[in-house]
Write a protein that binds this ligand. Sequence first.
Ligand SMILES: Nc1ncnc2c1ncn2[C@@H]1O[C@H](COP(=O)(O)OP(=O)(O)OP(=O)(O)O)[C@@H](O)[C@H]1O
Ligand SMILES: [Mg+2]
Length: 661
Amino acid sequence: MNAESLYRFIFENVHDGVLLHDAKTLEVIDVNPRFCELYRVSREEILAFRPDSPGIVGPLSGLKRLTSSFEMAEEGRPQTFEWQVQGEDGSSLWVQINLRKESIDGRSCFLSVVRDISDRKRAERELKESEDRFRSALEGEIKKANEARRQSERLYRELVENANSIIMRRDPTGRISYFNEYAQKFFGFNAEEIIGRHVVGTIVPETDSAGQNLRGLIEAISNSPGKFATNENENTRKDGERVWISWTNKPIYNQDGVLREIVCVGNDATARKRLEERLRHAQKMEAVGTLAGGIAHDFNNILAVMIGNIELAADDASEETRHHLQQALNAGLRGRDTIRQILTFSRKGEQKVTVLHLIPLLKEMVRMLRASLVTTIELSLNARSDRDSIRADPTQIQQVIMNLCTNAKDAMPAGGLLEISLEERQLTALPDLGMKPGRYVALKVRDTGQGINETVKRRIFEPFFTTKEPGKGTGMGLALVYSIVRGLNGAVDVTSEPGKGSTFTIYLPSVQDRVSRRVPSSTAQLPLFRGCESILFVDDEENQVQTAKRTLQGLGYTVTALTNSTEALELFCRDPGGFDLVITDQVMPLMSGTTLAKHIHSVRPDMPIIVITGFSETVSLRTGHGHGIREFAMKPLVKRELAETIRRVLDQSHKPRSCEG
Ligand SMILES: Nc1ncnc2c1ncn2[C@@H]1O[C@H](COP(=O)(O)OP(=O)(O)OP(=O)(O)O)[C@@H](O)[C@H]1O
Ligand SMILES: [Mg+2]
């Protein structure tokens, strides 16, 4: 076989397609069968190919686009590239083309060797697809994991944001980097105000109320957080209010084991702390009471001897000596009063516990106080309930009220309002330890005086604590109030606004009325006050009128009782001198009691009148007296009280009537 036959044989049978172009015209010089097979065209079609012939279609159309490759091959740089051949039947084929310029028999030619790489391409595509599938599966997983993480973060954040606990993060120096919503509400700082600031100076005071260095404590926590997994300390709100917080501290370290931050979770422990404080206070008071009681007892005996002897000595003394002895006696008597307070405080004094109605007692005390108070202090009594029964020693309750009113008076040197009020309340949230839920009588003494600041307020119930100058106060008043009230299973509550005034509320267990009415009051054994005067009684309720008529007649009076106020006025006008006293209800349909009183006074200005009021009406005694009304009586009328009131009013009037004959 000659060389040419050999080459032709190879040319015809190689597994690669071979195409030979003229380098200038691009005319096809030769093509092998494999090429035709790959391109699915006949040899004739390919040989007829002209690059510039119009309507080139089919597999060779792409040749035009290969110009740049031809250009480079032209310059002597063989080109290898991949190419997708589209069959007219829609099939496609990937080939690798090796293009080079050759000179054959002096003619410049392009030799294209075309290899089918469809299998490789398919494998590549499949690999890519599988990779894509894997990637998207992986991405899906990552996405899911991210979503789960976000979800858990969101849950965590919601938990942290909505927790009913203070949650705060701070760096080791003490600078706050996170402050949850609860913390913001609790302390009164919003996030912008607190983030980046130091805990000391914002929510932690430099020192606590006991003087402990809190800055030092914060540093100690930073230095050894392990030792302070929990701690309890005083904190401050933005408005300055002190609160107690129970903290749990969790140190967070970075990879190198260096402390990065501390997560602090806090819960409000103020209420518990206050209760503990009160318990400690109660125990302290008890201890002081026992001690003071023992001393007071001895002192009382000493004083009795001193006072007795001073009085004896005064009898025979000269004028000048008597003056000095009188001074000594006065001091001795003052001492005795103080000792009496101390004895009551330590509960060593005598006690006569009975069921006691507070309203008559209060009225009596108001009368007394009115006489002793300067006119710049307005005194008012406001009973909002007729359930006023407690079980107590009247003398002790008098001491309680006197002490509270004296303090109120002292707090208002320039005058003001002193209001005593009474109501009955069902207590569930108890103001003090040792109290049981139930009905309590709340006795309030309110003043519009100087008020009490927080520091003083913490100590006012301590025996011998006073802010008054020496000789003015012993500091036993409130200690005594506290001791008496605690002894009756009650509580004392104080609210005060410096500069505006204070309110002391005494809670005492209420006693069922049914029981109390049967129990005689302290004066019940005394005979009732009687009289024979003529009384005009007006009340719109028939029942009331009948009962009152019988009661008053039982006391010896002549009674004209009417249910119609207009009729009563007409009757009075017909004979203004025929009556000695008018008693009228306040709330009546035709004319109120005070209006009736006004008309009666226009006819007879000196006519004594008693107006009966319900407990719901606020009675300002001062205003009442301004109308010329002698007295107000409160419903329900108690025989003994009514008898006393009538007698008092009649005896003060200008013409007391003689009952003889
Ligand atoms: N209504 C009030 N307004 C302002 N401060 C008050 C009031 N009540 C009490 N205080 C303060 O409480 C302190 C203690 O009161 P407390 O009645 O125990 O003693 P005192 O009045 O000073 O002396 P004492 O009552 O023994 O004569 C008072 O010194 C005063 O500072
Ligand atoms: Mg006092």
